[in-house]
Design a protein. Structure first.
Length: 315
């Protein structure tokens, strides 16, 4: 017999800021070990997205859904990130969704780039299923963390790439940018950057009015929190050009914190000493290439961004 529970976290609820597994334990009254195991078995959804991260923090307005079988044990799976260097989020016979750590290339850019995410995922697949390789559907910059999907065969990856080429997948990012964005406007204010992006001889991206060399790029954002010298924004992409988010915010005068390529002087911050950019691919949604079902996944903010927000709030 299955049981379903749904809770929406109200403003000023004591659960805000707590670990998700602790909040769920309070919801269902089950032992914590069993609750943690539910994350490994697809029982937990947050805001309609599958969650596999027991430690993510609960936020105001979060819709937490729990579906589990009464009387069934949900053993935790052994941790795999320590061995392979990434977090598996979802996998079936056709595809894998993983969370990439910052500082790791998605795919090789030179012949000697042997340690990449695609190489690590392929090693994981060989060890667990015997398959020889996987195929990437899209990429994240080296310094960016977050969710990516891989196909287990080239045709499956190509089907996923077609979705990205048509701008169909839902891609939501979180970023910390320099300065006060949209000052004087209320929290929740939205905006859009739209330009043609081109590439110079050093592979840097920039906006241009020359349609013969530029590709259309559209970035939408919403202001979530403001500090005297930084802003937390939610970003969703209408297009997916290389470096698109970083270029658009840098050209607006608000580069992503830690960006050493685009407006690096402005991107420096005393409370961001980390060797990465403050950009995280938080949510990913796409249509399964075989089942045709809509899949959505979410991941928590990385520790560096959590640390920065806590330090700023304490100033």
């Amino acid at each position: 017999m299955f049981k379903k529970e749904c809770h929406i976290i109200p403003r000023d609820c004591p659960a805000v800021g707590l670990r998700l597994d602790r909040v769920i334990q309070g919801m269902c009254g089950l032992p914590r070990a069993q609750v943690v195991g539910m994350f490994d078995h697809g029982c937990v959804h947050v805001n309609g997205c599958l969650s596999v991260f027991p430690g993510q923090k609960v936020l105001t307005g979060d819709k937490i859904e729990l579906t589990y079988e009464l009387g069934r044990g949900y053993p935790t799976r052994p941790p795999r990130r320590r061995q392979y260097g990434f977090d598996p989020v979802f996998e079936d016979r056709y595809l894998l969704v993983v969370q990439k750590p910052a500082g790791l290339l998605t795919v090789p850019t030179r012949r000697d780039d042997s340690d990449t995410l695609v190489a690590r995922v392929a090693r994981y697949v060989r060890d667990t299923t015997g398959d020889r390789e996987v195929f990437h559907a899209h990429r994240l910059d080296r310094e960016v963390s977050g969710l990516l999907v891989f196909g287990r065969t080239e045709p499956l990856a190509a089907a996923l790439r077609d979705q990205f080429a048509a701008n169909k997948p839902e891609r939501i990012y979180m970023a910390l940018v320099a300065g006060t964005l949209a000052p004087g406007e209320p929290i929740g204010t939205s905006g859009t950057f739209s330009s043609l992006l081109a590439t110079d001889s050093d592979l840097n991206r920039f906006s241009t009015e020359d349609e013969s060399i530029g590709q259309r790029a559209v970035t939408h954002y919403r202001v979530l929190r403001r500090f005297p010298d930084a802003t937390l924004v939610q970003i969703w992409l209408e297009t997916g050009r290389r470096n698109q988010i970083r270029v658009h915010f840098a050209e607006s005068g608000h580069p992503v914190l830690g960006d050493r390529r685009y407006e690096p002087a402005r991107a420096r911050h005393a409370l961001w000493p980390f060797p990465r950019v403050a950009l995280h691919a938080k949510q990913l949604g796409f249509v399964h290439p075989v089942s045709r079902k809509l899949l959505k996944f979410t991941s928590p903010l990385p520790a560096e961004m959590d640390h920065f927000l806590a330090a700023m709030a304490a100033r």
